[in-house]
Design a protein around this ligand. Structure first.
Ligand SMILES: *Cc1c(COP(=O)(O)O)cnc(C)c1O
Length: 947
C-alpha cells in the first residue's frame, strides 16, 4: 500500500475502525452498505475514467510546472481588474489560514463574531466610500452586482410604473463589456428592456424605470453624473452607479450625487486577480430599499446580557430566499474576499488609501504627460487611473508583448492604459519606451510623479471616510496580526472541530489543494489577458472540465457560475435557450418539489419561468403521482423539472429514473441540483439518473473551502444537446456555438479557486473519489446507528439507510420547552457547530459528517448529541432557567463571583470529559435576533449612536 496516497489524508476513518463501524451499523462490508443505500439500477458499472492519482508532493510539483506556462505580464488592461498588493500580514493570517477559510456562513452568530466583525468592517468601508446608507456583505462580482441593482430597481418601481408596465432600463455605453453582457442575460427573462446609449443625450422619458452608469467609464473617462441623476429623479427614474472603489477615495461618491444603488468590485483592495476571481463585489443602497436588497447583511444587535453582538440581519429572509417571489437567488457570496478587502482598509486606513489613490492618479497623469510629449495624445477629458491614447495598436502591441506588457486595445488606433497600486516609475518608463519605439521617437525617462490634478474640480471628494477607530488603530503589523488573531479566536472553524452541516458538505480543504493559490504564476493573471499567456490555466481548466464531465457523465461544462445558485440560474437559462432554438417559446413551466432548496424556485423566477410546486409524500419522497399529473397537465408548456438527488432529505429515491423519464415524455428537460453530489461521485451520476444538466457546488463536494460564506464555484455540466448553449464572455470567447450571453463577469468565473477542485480530483483519482463517497455514506450511517435511539430520524431509504446525511427530528421536544435552536446553541458548549437547522424541515437538524471526519470525532459529536438528549429529558416547559435555554455559556458567565443558575458551572461548560482539553468559548451570549432587525445597523458606528 502506498502510504503517500492523498486518499489516506483526505478520508477520516482508518482501516482499523471499519469493523467497529460495520458492526454498529449492522453490515458486513462497505459493499453491502452501498448496496443497501443506492438503488441497484443507477450504480455505475465501471470506474471513473480518470488519470492515476498523484501524491501531494507529485501534485505540487505538477502544479508548479504547469504554472510556468502562465506568463505574468505587466497588466494595464483595467476593465475592472487591477494588479494589487496583498498585504503580507493579510495573506499569511487570513488567506492562507484555515481558521478563516474553513469557516461556514455565520448563521451561528455566537461562534462567528470574528468574521461578522470583519464583514462589518467591509460594509463600513463600502458605505463610506460610496456615500450610501447601507451595504451588504458582498456579492459575486461587479457584473452580477449590476444585474442585482437592475433587478432591485425593477422591483421597487412605483405602483404607477408597475401598472403601466414601465420596463425600460438605460445602460450607459461607458459600462464594462462584461457587465453589459450579464445585464443582457438577466434582463430578458424578467421582461426588462435594455437601451444602451450615451448618458449625455438620454431623453429621460417616462417609459424608463432605471439607469446604470459607470464611474469612471470603461476606458477611464470621469463624468460628473450629478446632473443626470437629478434629472432622472424628476422623471422618476432610479439610478445605479457601478463605481471603482479606489477612485472613490478621491471622487465625489455617487451617494452624494443622489444615486439609488452603488455597486462595484473590491478586487483592487488586496485581492489577487486570479484570472478572474474570486473577488468580493459590493452593493450599497438606501435604507428604504433594505427589504429588497439582495444577499446577506451583517447587523449589530445585543446578546442576552445586553452586550453588543453581531449577526446576519433579516436572516430568515435568506433561509427562504423568497422562493418564487424572489428577485435574487444569492446564497453563497464572497465572504473570505470581503474579509480580506475590509482588512485591507483596516491595514491602510484613510491615510493609506489616500496615499495609494494619489499615487495611482499621479502615475496616470505622469504617463499622460510623457506620452503627450511623444505625440501620443490622451483623449479622456478627465481621468483617475486610466488614460485613453491614440496610437497604432498593432505596432504598440507587438512591442509591448515583447516587453511582457499588456494594454487594452480598443480599436486599430485607440489604446486604453490603466495603472494601479503596483505601478512604479520604472514601469512608467517602460511604457514610455514602448510608445517611443512604436512612434519612432527618442525615448526618455521620468524620475518623479507629477501632482497635476486631472479630476474635474466639481468632483473632488470633500467628505471624510473611515474615521472609526478600527481603521485607524491597526497600522503596525503586531497590532494587525493580533487584531486578526483576536477575531479568528472568536470563530469556530474546521480547524477546531467537525461542522456537520447537512447539504453544505464541510469536508477537508487540504493544504496541498490550497497552497497553489499563493503562487504568483497562478494568482497574478488578468482574466482578459491573451489566452496564449495563460496556457497553464487553459490546460488546468480544460482538464477540470473534463474531470467534471467524467464525474457527471455529461458532455460539456462551464466553470463560469460563481455559486451553486448561479449554476442553477445558468442551467435554467441554457434549458430556456434550448427550447427557444427549437421554436418552443412557450415552454416555460418549471416543476419543483416542495422540499427543494429556496434557491431553486428563486433561480426559476429569475429565468422567467412559471413555477409549479409538486407534492412531497409522508416519507419525504417526491409524490410521483402528483408529479405525473402536473407534468401531463402542463405537457404543452413544460420546460423542466428541478430535482435534488439524493433528495434534500438525504435519501436515494428509487423512482428517480421513472421521474426523469416522465419529464422527458412530456417534452421537458431535467435539471439536477448537485448540492448532494458528495453521495454520488464514483457510484452513480446525473447522466445515469436521466438528468440533462446539473450544477456542482465545488465548494461543497470538491473541496473549495466555504470561507465563511464564499467563495463558491457552481459549474454546470450538460449533455450533448445543451452544449451549444453554454455561456460566453464578450471579451474572451468561450462557451457553445449558440452561446447564451454571460452569466458572470469573468470567462471562467473564479478560475483561481478552480485549482482546489482540480487538485482534489487529481490527487484522489477514480478510486479515491469513489472511496470518499463510500466513506461519506459510511460515516452518515454510523452516526445514524448511534443516534437513532435518541433522536427520531426523519427519513431513510427503503432498506433503512441514510445517504450521506440524515435529519434528526427535534419537534417533539417543544413539549419540554426545548426548541431546535436551543440544541444548536447548546452544542457550542460542547465545542461543536450546529448541523443545518430547519432545512429542509422546520424544527429539525440535518447532519452530514462527510468522509473527512475520523471515528473519534464522529463519536465525540454523537456523545455530545446523546448528552444533550439527556438534558432535554430533564427539562420541563415551565423551566425557563435551564441549561439548554441559557446556552451558550460564555467564559464571562462562568467566572462571575455569583453563580445563580440551577446547575453547576461544570455542567454548563464542561459537560463531557473531552471538552476541557480543547475548550471553545463562545464570545457572546445568545444574540437577540428581533432586536437587531428592528434596529438595523450595518456599519461600525457605535451602537449608542443609533439608540
Ligand atoms: C447549497 C445549496 C444550494 C445553493 O448553493 P450556493 O452555492 O450557496 O448558491 C442549492 N441547493 C442546495 C440543495 C444546496 O444545499
Amino acid at each position: 500500500m502506498r502510504t503517500d496516497a492523498f486518499a489516506l489524508r483526505h478520508i477520516g476513518p482508518s482501516e482499523n475502525d471499519l469493523q467497529h463501524m460495520f458492526k454498529t451499523i449492522g453490515v458486513d462490508s462497505l459493499e453491502q452498505l452501498i448496496y443497501e443505500t443506492v438503488p441497484d439500477n443507477i450504480l455505475l458499472k465501471n470506474p471513473l475514467n480518470l488519470d492515476a492519482p498523484l501524491s501531494e508532493y507529485e501534485y505540487l510539483n505538477h502544479i508548479q510546472e504547469l504554472g510556468k506556462k502562465n506568463k505574468v505580464f505587466k497588466s494595464y488592461i483595467g476593465l475592472g481588474y487591477h494588479p494589487t498588493v496583498i498585504p503580507a500580514v493579510i495573506q499569511r493570517n487570513i488567506f492562507e489560514n484555515p481558521g478563516w477559510y474553513t469557516a461556514y456562513t455565520p448563521y451561528q452568530a455566537e461562534i462567528a463574531q470574528g468574521r461578522l466583525e470583519a464583514i462589518l468592517n467591509f460594509q463600513t468601508t463600502v458605505i463610506e466610500l460610496s456615500g450610501m446608507e447601507i451595504a451588504n456583505a458582498s456579492l459575486l462580482d461587479e457584473s452580477t452586482a449590476a444585474a442585482e441593482a437592475m433587478a432591485l430597481l425593477f422591483d421597487v418601481r412605483s405602483r404607477e410604473q408597475k401598472k403601466n408596465n414601465v420596463c425600460k432600463f438605460f445602460v450607459s455605453e461607458e459600462i464594462l463589456p462584461q457587465t453589459l453582457s450579464v445585464l443582457q442575460t438577466r434582463s430578458t427573462p424578467i421582461g426588462v428592456e435594455l437601451v444602451v446609449g450615451n448618458h449625455e443625450t438620454f431623453d429621460f422619458s417616462n417609459d424608463y424605470f432605471g439607469a446604470i452608469l459607470q464611474y469612471p467609464g470603461k476606458y477611464g473617462q470621469v463624468n460628473d453624473y450629478a446632473g443626470f441623476i437629478a434629472k432622472a429623479k424628476t422623471a422618476e427614474i432610479k439610478v445605479a452607479v457601478a463605481a471603482d472603489i479606489l477612485s472613490l477615495v478621491k471622487l465625489t461618491p455617487p451617494g452624494e450625487m443622489g444615486a439609488d444603488v452603488v455597486v462595484g468590485t473590491t478586487q483592487r483592495f488586496g485581492i489577487p486577480m486570479g484570472y478572474g476571481g474570486p473577488h468580493a463585489a459590493f452593493f450599497a443602497t438606501k435604507e428604504e430599499y433594505k427589504r429588497s436588497m439582495p444577499g446577506r447583511i451583517i447587523g449589530v444587535t445585543i446578546d442576552t446580557n445586553g452586550n453588543r453582538a453581531l449577526r446576519m440581519a433579516l436572516q430568515t429572509r435568506e433561509q427562504h430566499i423568497k422562493r418564487e417571489k424572489a428577485t435574487s437567488n444569492i446564497c453563497t457570496a464572497q465572504v473570505l474576499l470581503a474579509v480580506m478587502a475590509g482588512m485591507y482598509a483596516v491595514y491602510h486606513g484613510p491615510k493609506g488609501l489616500q496615499y495609494i489613490a494619489d499615487k495611482v492618479h499621479n502615475s496616470a497623469s505622469t504617463l499622460a504627460d510623457a506620452l503627450n510629449k511623444l505625440g501620443v495624445y490622451q483623449t479622456n477629458a478627465a481621468f483617475f487611473d486610466t488614460i485613453l491614447v491614440k496610437a497604432d495598436a498593432n505596432k504598440v502591441k507587438a512591442i509591448a508583448e515583447k516587453q511582457e506588457v499588456n494594454f487594452y486595445y480598443v480599436d486599430a488606433d485607440t489604446i486604453s492604459i490603466s495603472v494601479n497600486e503596483t505601478t512604479s516609475i520604472s514601469d512608467i518608463n517602460q511604457i514610455i519606451f514602448i510608445f517611443a519605439e512604436a512612434t519612432g521617437k527618442d525615448s526618455f525617462t521620468v524620475t518623479e510623479l507629477t501632482t497635476a490634478n486631472n479630476l474635474p474640480k466639481s468632483l473632488e471628494r470633500t467628505s471624510s471616510f473611515l474615521q472609526h477607530e478600527v481603521f485607524n488603530n491597526h497600522h503596525s503589523e503586531s497590532q494587525l496580526m493580533r487584531y486578526i488573531k483576536k477575531l479568528e479566536r472568536k470563530d469556530l472553524s474546521l480547524n477546531h472541530s467537525m461542522i456537520s452541516l447537512g447539504s453544505c458538505t464541510m469536508k477537508l480543504n487540504a493544504a496541498a489543494e490550497m497552497l497553489p493559490l499563493s503562487m504568483a504564476n497562478w494568482n497574478s493573471i488578468h482574466p482578459f489577458a491573451p489566452i496564449e499567456q495563460a496556457e497553464g490555466y487553459q490546460i488546468m481548466l480544460k482538464k477540470l472540465e473534463h474531470q467534471l464531465n467524467v464525474v457527471t457523465g455529461f458532455a460539456g461544462t462551464t466553470l463560469q457560475p460563481n455559486s451553486g445558485a448561479q449554476g442553477e440560474y445558468a442551467g435554467l437559462m441554457v434549458i430556456r435557450a434550448y427550447h427557444l432554438s427549437r421554436g418552443d417559446n412557450h415552454r416555460n413551466v418549471c416543476l419543483i418539489p416542495a422540499s427543494a432548496h429556496g434557491t431553486n424556485p428563486a433561480s426559476a423566477a429569475m429565468a422567467g419561468m412559471q413555477i409549479i410546486v409538486t407534492k412531497t409524500m409522508e416519507n419525504g419522497n417526491i409524490d410521483v403521482e402528483d408529479l405525473k399529473a402536473k407534468a401531463i397537465e402542463h405537457a404543452d408548456n413544460l420546460s423542466c423539472l428541478m430535482v435534488t438527488y439524493p433528495s434534500t432529505h438525504g435519501v436515494f429515491e428509487s423512482a428517480i429514473c421513472e421521474i426523469t423519464q416522465l419529464i422527458h415524455d412530456n417534452g421537458g428537460l431535467v435539471y439536477m441540483d448537485g448540492a448532494n453530489m458528495n453521495a454520488q461521485v464514483g457510484l452513480t451520476n446525473p447522466a445515469t439518473i436521466g438528468a440533462d444538466v446539473c450544477h456542482l457546488n465545488l465548494h461543497k463536494t470538491f473541496a473549495i473551502p466555504h470561507g465563511g460564506g464564499g467563495p463558491g464555484v457552481g459549474p454546470i455540466c450538460v449533455n450533448e444537446k445543451l452544449v451549444p448553449f453554454l455561456p460566453t464572455n464578450p471579451v474572451i470567447k468561450v462557451g457553445g456555438d449558440q452561446a447564451i450571453t454571460a452569466i458572470s463577469a469573468a470567462p471562467y468565473g473564479s478560475a483561481l479557486v478552480c485549482l482546489i477542485s482540480y487538485g482534489y480530483i487529481t490527487m484522489l483519482g477514480a478510486e479515491g473519489l469513489k472511496k470518499s463517497t463510500q466513506f461519506a455514506i459510511l460515516n452518515a450511517n454510523y452516526m445514524k446507528a448511534r443516534l437513532e435511539n435518541h433522536y427520531p430520524i426523519l427519513y431513510s431509504g427503503e432498506m433503512g439507510r441514510a445517504a450521506h446525511e440524515m435529519i434528526l427530528d427535534c419537534r417533539a421536544f417543544e413539549e419540554k420547552g426545548i426548541k431546535v435552536t436551543d440544541i444548536a446553541k447548546r452544542l457550542m458548549d460542547y465545542g461543536f457547530h450546529a448541523p443545518t437547522v430547519s432545512f429542509p424541515v422546520a424544527g429539525t437538524l440535518m447532519v452530514e459528517p462527510t468522509e473527512s471526519e475520523d471515528l473519534a470525532e464522529l463519536d465525540r459529536f454523537c456523545d455530545a448529541m446523546i448528552s444533550i438528549r439527556k438534558e432535554i429529558e430533564a427539562s420541563t416547559k415551565e423551566d425557563e432557567n435551564n441549561i439548554l435555554r441559557n446556552a451558550p455559556h460564555t467564559l464571562a458567565m462562568l467566572t462571575t463571583d455569583t453563580w445563580s443558575f440551577p446547575y453547576t458551572r461544570e455542567q454548563a461548560a464542561f459537560p463531557l470529559d473531552y471538552i476541557a482539553e480543547n475548550k471553545f468559548w463562545p464570545s457572546v451570549r445568545r444574540v437577540d435576533e428581533a432586536y437587531g432587525d428592528r434596529n438595523l445597523v450595518c456599519s461600525c458606528a457605535p451602537i449608542e449612536a443609533y439608540m
